[in-house]
Design a binder for this molecule. Structure first.
Ligand code: PGA
Length: 255
């Protein structure tokens, strides 16, 4: 983290978990554990049908509720999708785009990730843009090239002004939901590579202001050493974001 230069963001990604009632219960339980922890932004990204209930429960707290995806078209024949305008209409400020599960299971590409990012930004939302290498790419020694290419393609056409509303989440795919965490050194190294690529696109000063999270089996036990690294500005947390005490411990590590 480098709080002098950029905001630390601890975000939960609930994925396909929690009914509206379960989300309310979760928010009720986690609220006292993270109250007053103002050295980071705290966000939970929820399934579409759960967002409104979670927002209601989080009203008046330091917790914000986001979405897990958004479509790029303003409206139309896209069965099952939700537009940026729809999310804005219910007060959603944050949205995850490009999660590796979307890329893996739902055929999203850097091109659609870029389009979704642009649509969310145009609607005035803040985007948590996910990218990261798969295991074969890390083993082949091409992690830097892969994340560099994703960064360039996913941010294509996005202005420096718009970039202020983009958080990048570096998520090595081999670490997601596997219990395998990148070492703090690996996380630092690749987050720094991403920042360097951003600097190449937008200049050093802009790049220094961008929040770059790490995600992939971050939990209460490993968060402190990951967050101690200068280019790891927070976390995107799956499994551990479903357990109030575990998530609160990560928030504590960011204080
Ligand atoms: P995990 O998920 O913490 O369960 O590995 C992280 C993510 O997918 O964002």
């Amino acid at each position: 983290m480098n709080p002098a230069k950029r905001r630390t963001v601890i975000a939960g990604n609930w994925k396909m978990n929690f009914t509206p009632a379960q989300a309310k219960e979760f928010i009720k339980n986690v609220t006292p554990l993270v109250a007053g922890k103002d050295n980071c932004d705290i966000i939970f990204c929820a399934p579409y049908v759960t967002i409104a209930a979670a927002m209601e429960a989080a009203e008046g707290t330091n917790i914000k509720i986001g979405a897990e995806n958004v479509h790029f078209a303003p409206k139309g024949a896209y069965t099952g999708e939700v537009s940026a305008e729809m999310l804005r209409a219910i007060g959603v400020e944050y949205v995850i785009v490009g999660h590796s599960e979307r890329r893996q299971y739902f055929a999203e590409t850097d091109e659609t990730v870029n389009l979704r990012t642009k649509a969310a930004l145009a609607a005035g939302m803040k985007v948590i843009l996910c990218l990261g290498e798969v295991k074969e790419e890390r083993l082949a020694g091409i992690t830097d090239e892969v994340v560099g290419m994703q960064t360039k393609l996913d941010l294509a056409g996005i202005t420096a002004e718009e970039l202020k509303n983009v958080i990048i989440a570096y998520e090595p795919v081999w670490a997601i939901g596997t219990g395998l965490t990148a070492t703090p050194e690996q996380a630092q190294e690749t987050c720094a590579v991403i920042r360097k690529v951003v600097a190449g696109l937008y200049g050093e000063e802009v790049a220094e202001g961008v929040t770059i999270q790490y995600g992939g089996s971050m939990n209460d036990a490993n968060a402190a050493e990951l967050l101690a690294k200068p280019d790891v500005d927070g976390g995107l947390i799956g499994g551990a974001s479903l357990v109030p005490e575990k998530f609160a411990a990560i928030v504590e590590a960011a204080q």
